[in-house]
Design a protein. Structure first.
Length: 338
C-alpha cells in the first residue's frame, strides 16, 4: 500500500470515530434527560423533607423525642397503689405455709435541679408510703408499716460515651412505734458506657440495707434496636419494653414484662409472746415477675398498670431468727403521674 492510500485510510478512521463518539454523547444525554431529576421532585415535598439531611432520603426522618421532664424545678407528682393476695387464710407457723395479703398506697413529689446543664442533673423526690398487712394469723405482725424519706438522683455525663448515675434514698421504715434501726439507706451507683448509639453497658452496685439483703452487683445493658423496642437487661430488675403507639412529641403507649426483688425491712415493736414490747426488724420478701402497660405523656405525666406473680415469699423476724413461709401470690398495681 502506497503512502497516499495509507493516509486516506487513517482519515476515514478518524472521521468514523468522531461520528460514533458524537452519536454516543447525544444518546446518553437524551436518556439522562428522560429521567426525572432529583431536584425536580423535592419542591413537591414538604419543606422539612426539602431541607432534610441526605441520609433521610433512604429512610424515615427521625422522630420527635418525648420530653419526660418539665422546664422548671417542679417535675410533678405521682400516686401509686396496689393489692397483693394469695387467696389463703392459713395460719403461718414453723413447718407450715401461711397466708398474707398486702395493700399499699404511696405519694411522690419530684423536683429537678440542673447543676450547670441538663447533662448534670440533681433530682430530689420526697415520698410517703403505707403497707397494710391482712389475712395473717399465727404471727404478731403489725397491721400497717410505713416508709418515708427522700430519693436523691444525680446523673453526670463526662463525655460522649461515659456517664455516671448515683441514687441514694435515706428513709425511715417502721411501724412508727420504735426508732431502733428504723433509719435505712438505699443506694445505687452505676458507670454507663455508650458503646453504640443504640447500646449502652452499665456496671455498679446496689445497696438495699435490708436484713436479708445487703450489697449486690448491678450490671447489664440497655439496647434500643428500633424506636419500638427497648431492652433493659439490668440486674436486679430486668425489663423488656415494646411501644405500641406514638403521638410524636406528645405521648407514647408502652407494654412491658420483667422481674424484680420484692419486699422490704421495717423496724417494729413485737406484741405478745416472749418478745412482747421488744424492738425487732420485720422483713417481708419475695421474687416477682410482672407485665403491664403505661402511657407516657410529655412533661413527666402519664399513667400505668402492672400485674404479676410473686413466689418464694417469706416473713422474717431478725432478733430470734424466725422465718415463716408464705403462699405464692398475685398482685395488681396502678400509678398516675400528674
Amino acid at each position: 500500500m502506497d503512502e497516499a492510500t495509507r493516509y486516506q485510510s487513517r482519515t476515514i478512521c478518524r472521521v468514523r470515530s468522531i461520528v460514533l463518539g458524537g452519536f454516543l454523547l447525544w444518546f446518553t444525554a437524551g436518556t439522562a434527560n428522560a429521567q426525572t431529576p432529583l431536584m425536580q421532585v423535592l419542591p413537591s415535598q414538604p419543606a422539612a423533607i426539602q431541607h432534610a439531611p441526605s441520609q433521610w432520603l433512604v429512610g424515615n426522618p427521625p422522630e420527635i423525642e418525648l420530653e419526660n421532664f418539665r422546664r422548671g424545678v417542679f417535675q410533678g407528682g405521682e400516686l401509686l397503689g396496689g393489692y397483693l393476695t394469695d387467696g389463703s387464710d392459713a395460719p403461718a407457723g414453723p413447718g407450715t405455709t401461711g397466708g398474707l395479703d398486702e395493700t399499699f398506697w404511696e405519694v411522690r413529689l419530684s423536683t429537678g435541679i440542673p447543676l450547670g446543664s441538663l447533662d448534670n442533673l440533681l433530682g430530689v423526690r420526697p415520698f410517703f408510703r403505707a403497707d397494710h398487712l391482712s389475712g395473717l394469723s399465727g404471727i404478731d405482725a403489725p397491721e400497717t408499716l410505713y416508709s418515708t424519706g427522700v430519693t436523691l438522683f444525680h446523673r453526670k455525663k463526662w463525655n460522649e460515651r461515659i456517664s455516671t448515675m448515683v441514687i441514694a434514698t435515706p428513709s425511715v421504715r417502721s411501724d412508727f412505734t420504735t426508732s431502733d434501726n428504723a433509719f435505712r439507706l438505699f443506694g445505687l451507683g452505676l458507670v454507663n458506657w455508650q458503646c453504640r448509639d443504640d447500646l449502652s453497658l452499665s456496671l455498679g452496685a446496689v445497696y438495699f440495707d435490708r436484713s436479708d439483703l445487703g450489697v449486690l452487683p448491678a450490671f447489664g445493658l440497655s439496647w434500643t434496636p428500633t424506636p419500638e423496642w427497648k431492652i433493659d437487661l439490668m440486674m436486679p430488675r430486668p425489663q423488656i419494653n415494646r411501644r405500641f403507639w406514638v403521638d410524636p412529641g406528645q405521648a407514647e403507649g408502652w407494654a412491658f414484662v420483667g422481674g424484680s426483688i420484692g419486699g422490704n425491712t421495717w423496724a417494729v415493736t413485737r406484741e405478745g409472746g416472749a418478745s412482747d414490747g421488744e424492738s425487732d426488724e420485720l422483713t417481708v420478701n419475695g421474687l416477682r415477675v410482672f407485665g403491664g402497660y403505661e402511657t407516657l405523656v410529655t412533661g413527666n405525666r402519664g399513667w400505668g398498670v402492672e400485674v404479676g406473680y410473686v413466689f418464694n415469699r417469706s416473713l422474717e423476724y431478725e432478733q430470734d431468727a424466725t422465718e415463716f413461709d408464705l403462699h405464692d401470690a398475685v398482685f395488681i398495681e396502678a400509678s398516675w403521674k400528674f
